[in-house]
Design a protein around this ligand. Structure first.
Ligand code: EPZ
Length: 417
């Protein structure tokens, strides 16, 4: 087990190159199953989740490679439609192969993806879409199987604008017979990125990025080369670190329009922010003005930045509130922050944060990926030394984090726990 130690109390300063988006590259990898041949995904981050997704495809019979930030995936020969259970249970995003496998082969069988630290993570909306397109779904002994001779276009209303369900249904519908309309679809930038790659593969998709997406199925799709959008959540995590430490950062390879809610809130907190077409310059304030945060599906404030902004608000000059509306259990980082001296009271989906003068270093745990990022931010702003265990969570979503932090002045070390 690895752990991170950070000697905190100093502002971060310098430049950070933002990597490709984890939550885009994972569905893009799944989408390559819709065709045979070699697809290339450029500007891809190398993360443990990307490795896991590539191992899922390799198990199915694909060949995968990674060099110089580019993934190569040859999905010509598939020998099975059943990925290994331990990988599916390890990473929920592996469920995104269900739609492509069903559309390409007429069958898919996999173990039910587990819930995780932040919630039960159901898949009912994914299944609602597949059944609407004519698939027969059976669930027994912890496995889910979907069969369909040929998927048929359908009109599908998502009760919640689920990112994964929108992606899975959009991929399946790309090869269906007829027109599919996804209503109340997710708007996230990662949906648009996936639609763009599917378009290069020959899919006929209109409306990605709005709440109605129209997909006209085509007989076959061809391999593609596509470049991943920058990771808005990694960028937001570094912006919160600059604000929390009163530091100054320039982020390169970032799309500011994907971060409007966070940039607005950081400005309200007192940060000075300048944006250009692919970079953001932030100067953290002397003191943090309290703000209220409410997470919502895009374009609202992203739930994946909730933990990071809570860490920042622990030292605000007054009282702030954070309301989590997307997941039912995404406040576990509050307990870890309290070990560092934060004053946070949780009442259902609302956290009330009474600002303290500073945080103190402590032994804390990363309970999930984004909570891990929050602990790194808290450790960097705290007086003294912090030890963070659960680093494997952080490795899932932050490429070369230690190196990037060292470059901006963090006194961070990785060692065996
Ligand atoms: C994606 O997860 C992201 N993961 C998550 O990022 C992100 O937090 C989430 O979208 C919301 O933005 C990837 O893209 C790989 P959802 P996903 O389906 O698709 C409910 C990170 O840290 N729901 O939009 O699983 C669900 O319970 C991760 O990078 C149903 O009820 O999220 C949740 O309350 C964490 N039925 C809400 O929708 C369903 O069939 C949002 O889930 C599906 C979802």
């Amino acid at each position: 087990m690895k752990k991170i130690t950070i000697e905190g109390g100093t502002p971060v300063f310098g430049e950070v190159h933002i990597s490709g988006a984890k939550n885009s590259v994972l569905p893009l990898i799944a989408a390559t199953l819709l065709t045979n041949g070699v697809s290339l995904i450029a500007d891809s981050p190398w993360l443990s989740d990307v490795d896991t997704m590539c191992r899922v495809l390799t198990h199915l019979g694909a060949e995968t490679g990674f060099a110089d930030g580019e993934l190569a995936l040859d999905t010509t020969d598939l020998r099975t439609v059943e990925p290994p259970g331990e990988l599916v249970r390890k990473m929920r995003a592996s469920f995104l192969i269900m739609g492509p496998l069903l559309a390409r082969t007429g069958r898919a069988r996999m173990s039910l993806p587990g819930g995780c630290a932040i919630g039960s993570r159901p898949i009912d909306l994914h299944l609602k879409g597949f059944e609407a397109m004519g698939a027969q779904i059976s669930i027994e002994h912890g496995f889910i199987e979907a069969r369909a001779d040929r998927l048929q276009g359908a009109r599908i209303y998502l009760d919640f604008p689920s990112v994964g369900a929108t992606e899975n249904i959009m991929m399946a519908a790309s090869l269906a017979d007829g027109i599919t309309l996804i209503e109340n679809a997710a708007h996230e930038p990662e949906i648009i990125d996936l639609a763009n790659m599917l378009g290069v593969m020959g899919a006929n998709i209109k409306g990605a990025g709005t709440n109605s997406i129209r997909i006209e199925g085509v007989p076959t799709l061809k391999p593609a080369r596509h470049s991943v959008i920058p990771d808005r959540i990694e960028a937001g995590s570094f912006l919160c670190m600059a604000a929390a430490t009163g530091g100054e950062l320039i982020l390169n390879n970032v799309l500011a329009e994907h971060l409007q809610p966070l940039l607005a809130k950081l400005s309200e907190m007192g940060c000075a922010i300048e944006v250009s077409y692919d970079s953001i310059h932030i100067l953290g304030p002397e003191e943090i003005t309290p703000v209220d945060i409410k997470t919502l599906p895009y374009p609202g404030f992203p739930t994946d930045l909730q933990a990071q902004v809570m860490a920042l608000l622990t030292v605000c000059k007054g009282t702030a509130t954070v309301t989590e509306t997307v997941f039912e259990n995404r406040f576990m980082h509050a307990e870890e922050l309290a070990k560092m001296g934060a004053d946070i009271k949780i009442d259902g989906s609302k956290a009330r944060i009474n600002g303290v003068s500073h945080l103190e270093g402590a032994r804390v745990m990363a309970t999930d990926l984004r909570a891990g990022a929050a602990m790194v931010i808290a450790a960097q702003m705290a007086q003294g030394k912090t030890e963070i265990t659960g680093v494997e969570h952080i490795d899932r979503g932050y490429e070369n984090l230690t190196e990037k932090l060292r470059r901006i002045g963090s006194r961070i070390r990785i060692c065996e726990a």
